[in-house]
Every structure is written in C-alpha cells, then in structure tokens.
Write a protein that binds this ligand. Structure first.
Ligand code: AMP
Ligand code: ZN
Ligand code: FE
Ligand code: FE
Length: 290
C-alpha cells in the first residue's frame, strides 16, 4: 500500500508548444510520466493541435491523455478562460471558432509590436513567431523575447512592465462570449469548465454565483477549484460552490514550462500538493455521461 496514492498524480491543465508552453506535446507527456502523472489533459490556449501527438505518446508510455482546450472568452473587460475536456477535436463548429480566435490573435500581434517599437524596443513579429514555434502566438512569447533582449529580467517582469492589462504594450484582443465558448465545447461532446475562477477580475461570491447561473443553461459542467494560484480559502469556496450547483470539480497546474516557471507539472494545490484522487473518477464518469 505504501506510496501508491503518492505515485498516481493527475494534472488537468497543461500547455504545450502548440500554444504558449515550452515543451512539445510529446515532451510534456514524457515529463508527466517521469514524475508520476498518469492521468492528464492537454489544454492549450485556443488550439487542439497538440492533442493527437500527446495522446499517441500517452498510449505509448502509459499516460492517459484527455483531449482538452482552454478558450479565451470575454468577461467584464477581462478574460474568462473556459476549459473543455474530451471534445471531439474534429468538430466543425469548434474548429471554426478556434480559427476565429487565431485570427483575433493575428490581428492583435502586429499592434503589440507597434507599441513596443514606439517604446523604443526594436522587436519584430518574426522574432516572436520564432519564439512561439506553433500557430498560436500569445503574450508569453512576447514576454520571452523581451527577456532575451534584456529589457525585462523575467517573463513576470515583462508582463508587469509592458504586457499586462493597463501596461503600455497591452492590446486587447477580440474574444468570443463565455456562453458561446461553453456551448461550443458542450456541442462538441466536451465538458466545459470555468478555469481558475480566482483569476477573474471580480470574484465576489455574488458575481461568481451569477456567472455560474448564467453559464449553466449553455452547458457549463464544472469549476476548476484546485489550482496552485488559488488560496486555500478560494479552493474551499470553489469546491463548495461546485457542490451547491451540482458541478464537477477539476484541478490542474497550468504548467507552461519556461513561460511560467513557478507552475510545476502535477503540483496543483496551493501548497504544491496533487489533485485529490477522486477527481479522476468524477471526470471519467462525466465523460461517459455527456
Ligand atoms: P494571451 O492569450 O496571448 O493574451 O496571453 C495570455 C496568457 O499570458 C495567460 O494565459 C497567462 O499564461 C499569461 N499571463 C497573463 N497575465 C500574466 C502576468 N501578469 N504574468 C505572467 N503571465 C501572464
Ligand atoms: Zn498560457
Ligand atoms: Fe488560463
Ligand atoms: Fe492555462
């Protein structure tokens, strides 16, 4: 019995090179295997491009990889991230939406370059695209280039100085509505989950309750309560809220590799602990239900 519970880890929120992570989908799954994660989801921003490779590697080395995605949606001038678990990655409507989100990024990226150049930083889109590797170019890629250029000491500082909301190189990108995101995932046979509610710009209880009530009619099924950047108070609060609404509770590390070095694969709780074991069974049960 000794060590069995410790060896099985779950991580339902990870990013690869297909979006703004720094490991390829295969490398990510190999790392998961090495550290004892045997059940995970790949949830790249606005793309499912890494899923087939991640799942193929998972089958090869014995890691169960759930197809996933993290959609950026519009919420109160900020962003609401919607996770989708086990959608049909070939679903037409979902792919049309992903294409649209990619276009919004393509519209935004040159504007960020322009802002940075106005600030005297001679960065080019080609540099950022090279840093990105995949099709999805995000602010973390800009941040990594700024670090390489020596104008910021870390990715976090690049956000603080230039890229975060309200900073001089911040450019808002168009998004879909949370309702549309939730509905698309559900209609693609997936499980829509509110990602890291602790990151929402306004997270008063009344507000969050209203948001959940608003999204349930569109197919919302879960809340990501276990998340390393949530306080224990918030973790407990989100678990309680999920129970009140009969929603699934999920959790993940938001591992990005070097784009977010403080988030470690498999370390999901505020103290670095793993996702409680029961989450795997609940998610599998819900996957079979939808
Ligand atoms: P984008 O979708 O291109 O606007 O980039 C959003 C991503 O940037 C988020 O998913 C985070 O991973 C990262 N991010 C946002 N704000 C910050 C911040 N203040 N510090 C570090 N990373 C951030
Ligand atoms: Zn990210
Ligand atoms: Fe997110
Ligand atoms: Fe994420």
């Amino acid at each position: 019995m000794v060590g069995v519970a410790f060896l099985r880890r779950i991580d339902l929120h990870t990013h690869s090179l297909a979006s703004d992570g720094s490991l390829s989908a295969e490398e990510l799954v190999m790392l998961a295997h090495r550290i004892g994660v045997d059940f995970m989801a790949l949830t790249d921003h606005d793309t499912v491009a890494g899923v087939p490779a991640a799942q193929a590697m998972g089958r090869k080395i014995g890691v169960k990889v759930i197809a996933g995605v993290e959609l950026s949606t519009e919420y109160n001038q900020g962003e609401l991230h919607v996770l989708g678990y086990n959608p049909d990655i070939n679903n037409l409507a979902l792919n049309e939406c992903l294409e649209k989100l990619l276009n919004y990024r393509h519209q935004r990226n040159p504007l960020i370059i322009e802002r940075l150049r106005q600030l005297g930083i001679p960065v080019t889109l080609a540099q950022v695209a090279r840093e990105a590797g995949g099709k999805v170019i995000g602010r973390p890629h800009f941040a990594r280039v700024l670090v390489k250029m020596g104008v910021a000491a870390s990715v976090a500082e690049a956000f603080e100085k230039f890229l975060a909301v309200g900073r001089p190189a911040y450019v808002k990108k168009d998004k879909v509505s949370p309702e549309e995101g939730v509905k698309l995932i559900r209609e693609a046979g997936g499980i829509p989950v509110i990602a890291h509610p602790g990151h929402l710009p306004v997270i008063g209880s009344a507000e969050l309750t209203a948001l959940i009530s608003r999204l349930i009619p569109f197919g919302l099924l879960g809340i990501e309560a276990y998340y390393p950047e949530h306080s224990w108070t918030n973790v407990r609060r989100f678990v309680r809220l999920a129970a009140e609404f009969g929603l699934l509770v999920t959790g993940g590390s938001d591992f990005h590799g070097i784009s977010k070095p403080q988030n470690r694969l498999g370390q999901v709780l505020p103290d670095g602990g793993p996702v409680p074991e029961g989450v795997r069974a609940s998610l599998e049960e819900w996957i079979n239900l939808v």
